[in-house]
Design a protein around this ligand. Structure first.
Ligand code: ADP
Ligand code: MG
Length: 238
C-alpha cells in the first residue's frame, strides 16, 4: 500500500499517555493538517512520524514498508520547525547544502538543487548571507529550502509560520500552497491556526488529548463536525 500508515500509535512519557491509539492513513501527495489545542500531542505525533522519537506502541509504515525501527535519516522525510533551526555561523548556501554534502548526491546536483530551491523561494539574493542578516520570513524560507533540496517523499512541518507576523503569515500560506502544487509531495502540517488548516489542507486531523476526534476535508468538518469540540475548534456555528 502506498502512502503513510499509522497503526494504533501510542506514546507515553513516563506514566503520561500523550498519544493514545492513533491510526491514520495519509495518501501520497496529500496535504494533511494536524490541528488541536496546545499540548494535545501534535508535535509528538509529527516527531514519531519523522523517526525523531519511537512510539511506545503501534507501528508506522511508508509505502507498505514498516519503518517503526528505522532511523529518521532513512525514512525519506524532511522536517521544518517553527524555530527555523538554521546554523548561525553558516551562510544560507551552506545551510541549504548541509546534510547533503557527505551523501551520494553529486556536487553539481547539490548546486542545481540549491539554485532551483532558491529561485522557487526567492532567496537567491541572500545565498551568501548568514541567517542573522535575514528577516523572519526569509529565514523561514531558508528552512523550507533546506527541506526541499533533500527531495523528500514527505515534508513534516511543525507550525512553520507561527513566528511570523500576521501579514507575512498570509503571504507564506499562499507560497506553501503553490509549493505543494508544484512539488506534489506529501505534506503533514501541524498548526493551531484553524484558518491555515482550512485553507491549505486536503484533510484535517483534529486532535484532543492525544486522540483523534475527527478526520475529514475542511468542508466535511465544517458541515458535519462530529462533536462540539470539533465544531468549536473549526469555528462552525453550532
Ligand atoms: P502540541 O504540539 O500539540 O502542543 P506536544 O506534542 O508538544 O503538544 O505535547 C503533548 C504533551 O506531551 C504535552 O503535555 C507535553 O508536555 C508532553 N511532552 C512532550 N514532549 C515531552 C517530553 N519529551 N517529555 C515529557 N513530556 C513531553
Ligand atoms: Mg507543538
Amino acid at each position: 500500500m502506498s502512502g503513510l500508515e499509522l497503526r494504533n500509535i501510542v506514546k507515553n512519557f513516563g506514566a503520561v499517555e500523550v498519544i493514545r491509539d492513533v491510526s491514520l492513513h495519509v495518501n501520497d501527495g496529500e496535504f494533511v493538517a494536524f490541528v488541536g489545542p496546545s499540548g494535545c500531542g501534535k508535535s509528538t505525533l509529527l516527531r514519531l512520524i519523522a523517526g525523531l522519537d519511537k512510539p511506545t506502541g503501534g507501528s508506522i509504515a511508508i509505502d507498505g514498508k514498516d519503518v517503526t525501527a528505522i532511523s529518521a535519516a532513512d525514512r525519506g522525510l524532511a522536517m521544518v520547525f517553527q524555530s527555523y533551526a538554521l546554523y548561525p555561523h553558516m551562510s544560507v548556501r551552506e545551510n541549504l547544502a548541509f546534510g547533503l554534502e557527505n551523501t551520494k548526491v553529486a556536487k553539481a546536483e547539490i548546486e542545481a538543487r540549491i539554485t532551483d530551491a532558491a529561485r522557487m523561494l526567492e532567496i537567491e539574493p541572500f545565498l551568501q548571507r548568514r541567517p542573522g542578516q535575514l528577516s523572519g520570513g526569509q529565514r523561514q524560507r531558508v528552512a523550507i529550502g533546506r527541506a526541499i533540496v533533500r527531495r523528500p517523499d514527505a515534508f513534516l512541518l511543525d507550525e512553520p509560520l507561527s513566528n511570523l507576523d500576521a501579514e507575512l503569515r498570509v503571504s507564506m500560506r499562499a507560497e506553501l500552497a503553490a509549493l505543494h502544487a508544484r512539488l506534489k509531495a506529501t505534506m503533514i502540517y501541524v498548526t493551531h491556526d484553524q484558518v491555515e488548516a482550512m485553507t491549505l489542507a486536503d484533510r484535517i486531523v483534529v486532535l484532543r488529548s492525544g486522540r483523534i476526534e475527527q478526520v475529514g476535508t475542511p468542508l466535511e468538518l465544517y458541515n458535519k463536525p462530529a462533536n462540539r469540540f470539533v465544531a468549536g475548534f473549526i469555528g462552525a456555528p453550532h
